[in-house]
Design a protein around this ligand. Structure first.
Ligand SMILES: Cc1cc2nc3c(=O)[nH]c(=O)nc-3n(C[C@H](O)[C@H](O)[C@H](O)COP(=O)(O)OP(=O)(O)OC[C@H]3O[C@@H](n4cnc5c(N)ncnc54)[C@H](O)[C@@H]3O)c2cc1C
Ligand SMILES: NC(=O)c1ccc[n+]([C@@H]2O[C@H](COP(=O)([O-])OP(=O)(O)OC[C@H]3O[C@@H](n4cnc5c(N)ncnc54)[C@H](O)[C@@H]3O)[C@@H](O)[C@H]2O)c1
Length: 484
């Protein structure tokens, strides 16, 4: 402990004030406990300033413009391309110019204490903070410490990369200028979205992926997204590894690819996955060890409690990206609600041991119904299990799929192309998962999430009549094709 440290005691200490940490703190305060949030950077975290909000702000104008350009009657009125400066300006607005005053006010109004600084564990329920203003704090938790520290980008082992100043997703989402040529490494969600955003803003984009594009999603859906990117001029170099990166004399970068070719770009964006941000938190002193890649990874139970925490009583929790279950803001906030409520219930003696499945304290949906949207144009929206995953997990699963060709889609735009799939548990006749790909399908997803979470029997789903003429009519076509 530092000699001049301020000592204070709270029921709950939350390390990390991203969307997830904010929500845990809010739930425990609503549950009658006191909470302190410790944040080393901006209150609101990655999503607000460098991830969801700025990336969607960069994508949305292109989607709106393309929507008009593919709708006869509107397209004749559209005579110009995207105004990149105006798009960047709106992105700045959506990130509140990287100022967190609004979120700090919310924290105060919610009755949560905020300490700005870098925190780490010194012992069970004890946290030390090196304050950003030079002060230090010792925070003692009566009930729980929650790790909501987010995630860090992975650095792929590519020769030359370590020595170069390349972009991560933070630099891309906060870019002040649109590079002439951009090389994107990684064919996951971030790489795909940002490749399209910059292509539509005017960059000449090459995306290099060592495997396929969006390979965690059904192939047909990913293929539609790939076609959308190609239509925007993105060069997709799939199933191709980047072997070496170097800087040329003129400041551009040269990427040597496994097929012997070279890509030259003004900027290189590395978006090759993330790992929980758990380094420097003192976890090693509690007996946790790094995995084979050198990263600390924690296992958590249904309430977010860290498995293997020393001591007899539950006190250490991890949520959101830090827990590493599903790297989505909405799912992290779901974990936060369950964990916050579980901590408050345990403190009051209302919850002992493990909660029942689907109780408010259990993150049961993490195992059955995680929704996700890739905000490209066309969009890709999915929830639950793919057919492959369902079978891997031992379900007697079948699937039904169709191109989206209903009155709603033909009205939506010219040459609308979409694809939809339902994954069915044949033993219980309920949905295990669903995927939709196509323009504006993201809003179809929540109906599927409700059906999967609610385990709605298919013969009851048959009575959920989609309005005419909406794209949701594809639900009816899918059920008809299934045999209802
Ligand atoms: C480019 C990109 C786009 C994305 N788009 C979407 C999207 O559209 N939708 C979606 O659902 N998800 C999206 N995600 C994922 C989403 O951003 C994350 O899942 C979400 O931000 C996780 O929230 P969190 O609160 O767990 O972590 P974070 O938001 O990372 O917050 C963690 C906070 O902890 C702080 N911290 C860390 N260590 C310490 C410490 N020792 N002491 C004090 N403070 C500390 C950090 O400064 C940070 O503010 C995107 C991710 C990326 C990279
Ligand atoms: N719309 C959204 O909700 C959204 C958008 C962006 C990011 N995110 C979240 O952020 C997380 C991070 O995004 P991401 O795209 O970086 O991760 P990702 O896991 O989606 O994709 C990582 C990609 O990098 C590739 N890769 C991994 N190691 C590599 C290596 N050594 N060399 C070359 N390629 C390599 C993988 O094959 C994969 O294609 C995701 O898990 C996602 O959940 C969500």
């Amino acid at each position: 402990m530092m000699p001049d440290a301020v000592e204070r005691e709270f029921d709950v200490v939350v390390i990390g004030a991203g969307a997830v940490g904010e929500n845990v703190a809010d739930r425990v305060v609503q549950g009658g406990l006191t909470a302190v949030l410790v944040e080393a950077e901006l209150v609101g975290g990655e999503c607000s300033y460098w991830a969801c909000m700025p990336s969607k702000a960069l994508l949305r104008p292109g989607t709106a413009l393309h929507g008009a350009q593919t709708t006869p009657g509107a397209k004749e009125a559209v005579t110009r391309t995207l105004d990149a400066a105006a798009v960047l300006k709106r992105r700045d607005y959506m990130t509140a110019n990287w100022q967190d005053d609004g979120q700090v006010s919310w924290v105060k109004e919610a009755g949560i204490e905020l300490v700005r600084g870098h925190a780490w564990l010194t012992a069970a329920k004890s946290v030390e903070v090196a304050g950003l203003d030079g002060t230090s704090h010792r925070l003692r938790a009566r009930q729980a410490v929650v790790l909501a520290t987010g995630s860090m980008p992975n650095t792929p082992p590519i020769e030359g990369l370590q020595d170069l100043q390349v972009w991560g997703t933070r630099e891309a989402t906060s870019a002040k200028e649109v590079p002439e040529r951009l090389a994107v490494l990684g064919g996951g969600v971030a790489g795909t979205e940002l490749a399209q955003a910059f292509a539509r803003l005017g960059s000449d984009v090459t995306l290099v992926a060592r495997s396929g594009l969006l390979r965690n999603f059904p192939e047909e859906a990913a293929r539609l997204v790939a076609a959308g990117l190609r239509a925007d001029g993105v060069e997709l170099r799939l199933n191709t590894a980047t072997e070496r990166i170097s800087e040329n004399d003129d400041g551009t970068f040269g990427l040597a690819l496994s097929d012997g070719s070279t890509v030259t770009a003004n900027k290189v964006l590395v978006s090759t996955g993330r790992h929980p941000a758990l380094e420097g938190l003192g976890l090693e002193s509690l007996g946790f060890e790094p995995d084979k890649d050198g990263h600390l990874v924690l296992a958590t139970d249904a309430t977010g409690l860290v498995v293997g925490t020393p001591g007899d009583e539950p006190w250490l929790y991890a949520v959101g990206d830090a827990a590493g279950n599903n790297l989505y803001t909405h799912q992290g906030k779901y974990e936060a609600r369950a964990t916050g409520d579980a901590i408050a219930a345990r403190a009051k003696g209302e919850l002992k041991g493990a909660p029942a499945e689907w109780s408010r304290y259990a993150q049961t949906a993490n195992r059955h119904a995680v929704p996700g949207v890739v905000f490209t144009d066309p969009e890709l929206a999915s929830v639950g299990r793919t057919l492959e995953k369902a079978r891997e997990e031992g379900y007697n699963a079948s699937s039904v799929e169709l191109p989206i060709q209903v009155a709603g889609s033909s009205l939506h735009s010219e040459n609308y192309e979409g694809w939809a799939q339902l994954v069915v548990d044949e033993d219980r006749k309920v949905l295990l998962g669903a995927t939709f790909a196509g323009p504006d399908v993201a809003e179809l997803l929540h109906a599927a999430t409700i059906a999967v979470v609610g385990e709605v029997p298919l013969d009851r789903l048959w009575h959920a009549v989609p309005s005419y003429p909406t794209i949701s009519e594809v639900w009816l076509r899918l059920l008809e094709k299934y045999g209802l």
